[in-house]
Design a protein around this ligand. Sequence first.
Ligand SMILES: NC(=O)c1ccc[n+]([C@@H]2O[C@H](COP(=O)([O-])OP(=O)(O)OC[C@H]3O[C@@H](n4cnc5c(N)ncnc54)[C@H](OP(=O)(O)O)[C@@H]3O)[C@@H](O)[C@H]2O)c1
Length: 235
Amino acid sequence: MSKILITGANKGIGFETARRLVAEGHTIYLGSRDAERGRRAADEVGARAIQLDVIDDESVNAAVGVIRAEGGLDVLINNAGIQAEMGDGGVIGAAGLTAEIMRETFETNVFGVVRVLHAFLPLLQQSEAPVVVNVSSGLASLAGVTTPGSPLYQYPGVAYPASKTAVNMLTIQYAKAFPEIRINSVEPGYTKTDLNNYSGHQTVAEAAEIIVRMAQIGADGPTGGYFDINGTLPW
Ligand SMILES: NC(=O)c1ccc[n+]([C@@H]2O[C@H](COP(=O)([O-])OP(=O)(O)OC[C@H]3O[C@@H](n4cnc5c(N)ncnc54)[C@H](OP(=O)(O)O)[C@@H]3O)[C@@H](O)[C@H]2O)c1
């Protein structure tokens, strides 16, 4: 059984992933930037709440201290994410994109992942079978968004897909740098959550499936890959 941290797990896909992994018998640290919302969510599924704001060094370092003191970490699921370009009128495309929207998006989706990875790497390296799951998106796929006729091609947003493409690059480069750690990107699928004002067509149960699977790959599992529930995706 593994000790698993999930960032941004007080709701949505992360919360469902926590529920599933607790049921599998793992020790789950349910990360939430708001301590009270995290405590309520953790109580509901039988996880341990941990305050963790991925854009705040102090918060991340404090979480490392707590988890280190309790025995370390085997699996990190970088799930926290935002879609800052979802305006009232729908997704903001290139015409409306500002540097501020881009910065806000990268702050959480990219720099947040780097901050959390950097802080938890020493603990992961002490695990016998360390695993990282980076929750990416199908929209990260350059192959997908350049294939006319594909639903990905139609998506007008810039900041969110760019941030997830950057997450995929993190997966590739960290996997090469740390061959002893299984590090993969996953695409949970278009899912009804707050992130997209519930416009998705999947349930969180369906979305959590690939995250739960990749969180539990053994030491002989793949690394440096990009997967959805049906297998490998094109970068
Ligand atoms: N829904 C989809 O269709 C879809 C598709 C592909 C990939 N994804 C990815 O799946 C992941 C989960 O998204 P979701 O759909 O479940 O969205 P969600 O319901 O909006 O959940 C996002 C979670 O991230 C947290 N979060 C945001 N900023 C944070 C920060 N600075 N520090 C810590 N936590 C933070 C949120 O916390 P608060 O409650 O405090 O805001 C929330 O717990 C994201 O990485 C998203 O990009 C989603």
